[in-house]
Design a protein around this ligand. Structure first.
Ligand code: ADP
Ligand code: MG
Length: 440
């Protein structure tokens, strides 16, 4: 792509063939090109007076020059004097809005506790920020189990690059959203726009890529997206719950690409790191825990930072309600609520929401009466997952889904039987479970 200065030079070359040197010197000498986007050329001049003249006498010439260069029509926005500052601020806010994903908040390098388990991934992430697009770190592929800080690091990279370079075009997408967006764009006849959306970015952040494995059309599209970003020398960062070699249904050519840059794993944190994380999280929530309690939590929860956070959130709530000191007993109770068999217990609402999202239907559809095939499947799977991931009884599950316990039981049995022979269903359930586990 031409830089904005190149484009402006092109316009001036065309205009100097049509206007006198005096005109050019008088009206264009202090014009500075600012931006060309969404079909609008933005330029800046020193005074409102000059702006008026440019509009009245030269606007058509400038637009003609653009048409000559790009064979399409553009609008012209001329800023005068200190309007430039406001303009830049507005653009900045717009970019932030584009970037401001729910998860980006607080997911910064400063809030990331570094220990042996993640120092390599942390250093690689910082390497990307210092030198985006460098061959050494491109792509950066961060992998590891759920709840160990992959999304946090991915967002920290996005935030840091945005701060260093507010003009950088940054895209963040989850692997399954990439699939869904692609499918929808094909249905709606907007496949070209979908392609452009990601191919032109400076920084491409892809969270949980494992979901595209085995989905042929998505992998194909992702391959082309990857190549065009990579070949432009732009940076790609990918996270996954496993290394490429263990993504069994991944296209070989994608595997080769993923392994072609830097791979960094995140491991469960050691006890010192866990204690530091606990202190840090409690501190953020305005709660001071005794050394004994910090050590106790660190000893009890070993495999997953998200679970540590869940327990601390719970303790904050307990303290707010009872106002009491946090004791070991209270920690045990909080752990009992948040974790079952070493696994985080999601809420039924989360399970319904994630299953609905996977099938691209709404939570109300799942709870409603429609007999549409994908809604019915989503409903069966929801019953099955709530049964397997929470402590709820059949009538309890029924209450969430507006069903009686016999209907819930029938749904669960159906899935239990089908899953034995239907590999695709088993994968779907594994993917949804993994989505549920990667939410708070
Ligand atoms: P993943 O994407 O690997 O499943 P996340 O990045 O979502 O995990 O992390 C889960 C939660 O734990 C997030 O709230 C994150 O901020 C926190 N977390 C993970 N690792 C760390 C760390 N090293 N320091 C501070 N917080 C962490
Ligand atoms: Mg994640």
């Amino acid at each position: 792509m031409n830089s904005i200065q190149d484009i402006w030079n092109g316009i001036m070359a065309i205009l100097s063939g049509k206007l006198t040197t005096t005109s050019i010197n008088t009206w264009f000498a202090d014009c500075v090109p600012i931006d060309l986007h969404d079909g609008t050329l933005v330029i800046h001049t020193s005074t409102p007076f000059k702006r008026d003249i440019l509009h009245s006498r030269f606007e058509e010439e400038i637009k003609d020059a653009l048409r000559e260069m790009f064979s399409c029509d553009f609008d012209l926005l001329i800023l005068a004097g200190d309007e430039l500052e406001d303009y830049r601020r507005e653009q900045e806010d717009k970019k932030k809005a584009e970037l401001s994903l729910p998860e980006m908040d607080g997911y910064t390098f400063e809030n990331f506790i570094v220990g042996k388990s993640n120092e390599y991934a942390y250093a690689a992430a910082q390497g990307v920020v210092k030198n985006p697009g460098s061959k050494v770190y491109n792509p950066l592929f961060i992998y590891g189990n759920s709840g160990l800080g992959k999304t946090h690091l991915l967002c920290a990279i996005g935030t840091a690059i945005h701060e260093a370079n507010p003009d950088a075009k940054i895209a963040f997408v989850k692997g399954d959203d990439f699939t869904n967006q692609m499918v929808r764009s094909i249905k709606e006849g907007t496949a070209d726009e979908f392609r452009q959306k990601y191919r032109g970015v400076d920084l491409f952040l892809v969270d949980d890529i494992q979901f595209i494995a085995g989905k042929e059309a998505t992998q194909e599209e992702f391959f082309h997206t990857f190549n065009s970003i990579y070949e432009a020398g732009h940076q790609i960062v990918i996270t996954s719950d496993r290394p490429p070699i263990d993504m069994l249904r991944l296209d070989d050519r994608l595997r080769t690409r993923f392994e072609g840059g830097m791979m960094a794993d995140v491991q469960p944190p050691d006890v010192e790191t866990r204690m530091a994380i606990i202190r840090n999280k409690a501190g953020h929530l305005g709660m001071q825990l005794s050394d004994d309690i910090v050590a106790y939590i660190a000893q009890k929860i070993t495999a997953n930072v998200r679970q540590i956070e869940g327990v601390i959130n719970r303790l904050t709530a307990v303290r707010e309600i009872t106002g009491d000191e946090i004791t070991r007993d209270k920690v045990d109770v909080a752990i009992g609520v948040v974790i079952r068999d070493g696994v985080y217990v999601p809420t039924p609402e989360t399970i319904i929401a994630e299953t609905a999202r996977y099938f691209q239907v709404t939570a109300d559809d799942v709870k409603g009466v429609s007999r549409q095939k994908n809604i019915v499947t989503a409903r069966h799977i929801t019953s099955y997952l709530i049964r397997n991931l929470t402590n709820l009884s059949l009538p309890g599950i029924g209450a969430f889904l507006n069903r009686d316990h016999a209907t819930v039981l029938a749904s669960i049995r159906k899935i239990e039987n089908q899953i034995k022979t239907d590999k695709k269903l088993a994968d779907t359930i594994r993917d949804i479970t993994s989505n549920i586990n990667s939410r708070q």
